[in-house]
Design a protein around this ligand. Structure first.
Ligand SMILES: Cc1ncc(COP(=O)(O)O)c(C=O)c1O
Length: 399
């Protein structure tokens, strides 16, 4: 690393709270599926800011929208209607099972909105006692108090107690475990169709359909956290389409803005109508700039052939990883769907991530020891091959 880069890291440590351990380089710019550090080293970016830059870096359509909309109008009171907000909400509603949209700025805010909506619906429709939420082991829903309360990590972070009461953690992919917690107090069940941070654990179709049936039987609000898996990541626009089980409410963020901070909570009318004026709000959510960008990103994802590419290249990568597994004894397990992969290896995860970085590939960790690969959705087959070559060479070189 150059002395200039080292200086930025050292000076950052003096002024930034160190809740993140800094990476050993300073990132400078990105274009398409690649990013460069300040020393000029090039990386194939399969982390994209924790599965965010769905259209890659510096996508021309996003740049054009930011320029045009920023000049026109960036912000207004949330109670003002604007054309970008309407256009974006219509795209979401017209291409999903949902009727209404609430815009936010991040994943955790979308989850907060979903939890509050479900709780208010339950209070008004089922009674005051109905305020419990069922979540899952290995879940991750965000870091504000509501979302952290339904995230398993709370069990190892007692210093933030007290969390939201009435939250139960069932076993993922285990319907009997959910049944143990269902009572007349259950307001909602919240789950990630593929648990991302928890280690890339995909739900089975049987489980998703079973949860839907349980929610119908007991009149429980079903919330899907699609913050990481929605907006094309699994090869369908919404993740629920992959499973053939519709939620009542979904939380979105990350990929919907392609790198711009924007999120949304979408809901069926029966639930959405309970979030009445004054019950919930946001200063920045739904601003003209972020919704114009989200509209552009969604329009790209919905273009004919876009999701076909996600599925085609996704299959190519999965088969390539399986080939690597046959060739090497270092891969233990491969999981994932679309363009989201979790790989368990015999190599220490920190060591593996560092070695991949040195060899020109950025990736992230999921769970305790899983290598997570989430390339931009625009990745082409030749670039996917490049990623496989780097992973293959790195596995050979590391013990
Ligand atoms: C499934 C899921 N939900 C919620 C969040 C929180 O999103 P944010 O960091 O934008 O608040 C994340 C972030 O990783 C996530 O993966």
């Amino acid at each position: 690393m150059s002395t200039d880069a080292q200086k930025i890291i050292d000076e950052s440590a003096k002024v930034l709270i160190e809740n993140y351990k800094p990476q050993p380089f300073v990132l400078d710019r990105g274009e398409g599926v690649y990013a460069w550090d300040t020393d000029g080293n090039k990386y194939l970016d399969c982390s994209i800011g924790y599965a965010v830059a769905s259209l890659g870096h510096a996508h021309p359509a996003i740049l054009k929208t930011i320029n045009e909309q920023a000049k026109k109008l960036m912000i207004c009171q949330a109670s003002y209607m604007t054309e970008p907000k309407l256009r974006c909400a219509k795209l979401l509603v017209d291409n999903s099972c949902f009727d209404k949209v609430f815009f936010s700025n991040s994943g955790t805010e979308s989850v907060e909105a979903a939890l509050k909506l479900a709780r208010k619906w339950a209070y008004e429709e089922k009674g005051e006692q109905c305020n419990e939420i069922i979540s899952f082991r290995k879940s991750f829903h965000g870091r504000t108090y509501g979302s952290a309360s339904v995230t398993e990590k709370r069990l190892s972070q007692p210093f933030f107690e007290p969390y939201l009461p009435g939250v139960h953690f069932a076993e993922f992919n285990n319907l009997d475990s959910i049944k143990e917690f269902i009572s007349n107090k259950t307001a909602a069940i919240i789950l990630e169709p593929i648990q991302g941070e928890g280690g890339l654990n995909p739900a089975t179709e049987e489980f998703m359909k079973g949860v839907r049936a349980l929610c119908d039987e007991h009149d429980i609000a079903l919330i899907f956290d699609e913050v990481q898996v929605g907006m094309g990541r699994l090869g369908t626009f919404f993740a629920y389409e992959t499973y053939g089980a519709e939620p009542d409410i979904a939380a979105l963020a990350k990929g919907i803005g392609g790198g711009f901070p924007v999120g949304a909570m979408v809901a069926k009318d029966r639930f959405a109508k309970h979030l009445t004026p004054g019950s919930h709000g946001t200063t920045y959510g739904g601003n003209p700039l972020s919704t114009a960008v989200a509209h552009t990103v969604i329009s790209e994802i919905l273009k004919p052939g876009f999701l076909d590419n996600v599925n085609k290249v996704g299959t190519f990568i999965m088969e390539g990883l399986q080939e690597l597994q046959r060739e090497s004894n270092k891969i233990i397990d491969i999981r994932g769907r679309g363009l989201m992969f979790g790989i368990d290896t015999k190599i220490d995860i920190k060591q593996l991530l560092g070695a991949l970085q040195k060899n020109g590939l950025m990736a992230t960790q999921a769970g305790k020891a899983t290598l997570r690969i989430t390339p931009p959705l625009i990745i082409e087959q030749a670039q996917a091959q490049e990623a496989l070559d780097i992973i293959g060479a790195t596995l050979k070189q590391e013990d």
